[in-house]
Design a protein around this ligand. Structure first.
Ligand SMILES: [Zn+2]
Length: 304
């Protein structure tokens, strides 16, 4: 071990969403399906797999996405699970070639408890709910920011765990010396965490601008409703405009104008303080009397 959770998240993210994995050779599989709402997920499992445990894992991830989006914006997609040695979930790849497909590896020794804690499949599923805009900061930032909140709203993690991870990891997304803005700085940290910072700030600004009536999920639902899901190739501008139509604001376009071509540093300590989130001796303390505590509660619950 020796890795704390943040470091583990980092390592796992580094291993995920990379190029398609090396083909592991033909693996016998069994065709199963999971239905969530009106969406059917075809699941290919290795023949040796613990079927029920893996299908429950797929279902749990899909329910988290449903909790965030209100309903699944893709009616049918496929999850191909391949087996690997050891334990854990890795090498998730979503929507390669624009296909409604997730390829992911699960170790043969992975326990049900490990799968219950897994976030990677939820992250990959979120990729299917957004268009290909040709910018990693947008695609990865969205999935990194929305995944824990989706699982939180589905009752699969706790608010303090979500804030703790943000407190411990989001600083990685700040611009370094020589940064050219999100469009011009395609490093791992700026794509994953710079993008996540963009959507975190957008979520807060959306809720401030609408007195907590709308948040980032409403922007994403509007993008999906206009067909901005897996298989669609859009520009970032088109996605930001569609998102703003969904909230009746110009928050995404305004942030895009500032962030895409120049480095923007977020005063994270001040933002967390305003939201009423404090890390005290490794424990998250929430302050209900903070000026934006209502925004914090709306991010968590989705309700004003
Ligand atoms: Zn990803």
């Amino acid at each position: 071990m020796g890795l704390n959770r943040s470091a583990w998240v980092l390592v796992a993210l580094l291993a995920s969403c990379s190029a398609a994995p090396e083909p592991a050779g033909p693996q016998p599989s069994s065709g199963e399906s999971v239905v969530v709402g009106e969406t059917t997920i075809e699941v290919d499992l290795p023949a040796s797999a613990k079927k029920d445990v893996l299908l429950e894992w797929v279902s749990r991830a899909a329910l988290a996405v449903e909790a965030y989006h209100g309903r699944w914006p893709v009616s049918r997609f496929r999850v191909e699970v391949s087996s690997k040695k050891g334990s854990g979930v890795s090498n998730g790849v979503a929507a390669s070639g624009g296909r409604a497909l997730i390829e992911i590896e699960v170790g043969a020794e992975t326990t049900a408890a490990e799968l219950a804690r897994d976030w990677t499949l939820t992250h990959e599923m979120l990729h299917l709910t957004a268009p290909d805009v040709g910018r990693r900061w947008f695609e990865e930032g969205l999935a990194v920011y929305a995944e824990p909140i989706a699982r939180l709203r589905a009752g699969q993690t706790t608010e303090k765990v979500v804030w703790k991870e943000m407190l411990e990891t989001y600083d990685m997304g700040q611009p370094a010396k020589g940064d050219k803005g999100l469009d011009g700085t395609d490093t791992w940290a700026r794509s994953y965490y710079g993008g996540a910072l963009f959507f975190f700030v957008a979520d807060v600004e959306l809720r401030k601008a609408t007195k907590n009536a709308k948040g980032l999920e409403h922007a994403l639902r509007a993008i999906a409703a206009e067909g901005g899901v897996v298989g669609a190739s859009w520009s970032v501008d088109r996605a930001l405009e569609a998102g703003d139509r969904g909230t009746g604001t110009s928050v995404l376009r305004d942030l895009g104008k500032r962030w895409r071509g120049a480095p923007v540093r977020v005063d994270l300590p001040a933002l967390f303080r305003e939201l009423g989130v404090e890390l005290r001796r490794g424990e998250v303390v929430l302050h209900e009397d903070a000026p934006l505590s209502g925004v914090r509660r709306a991010i968590v619950s989705g309700a004003p």
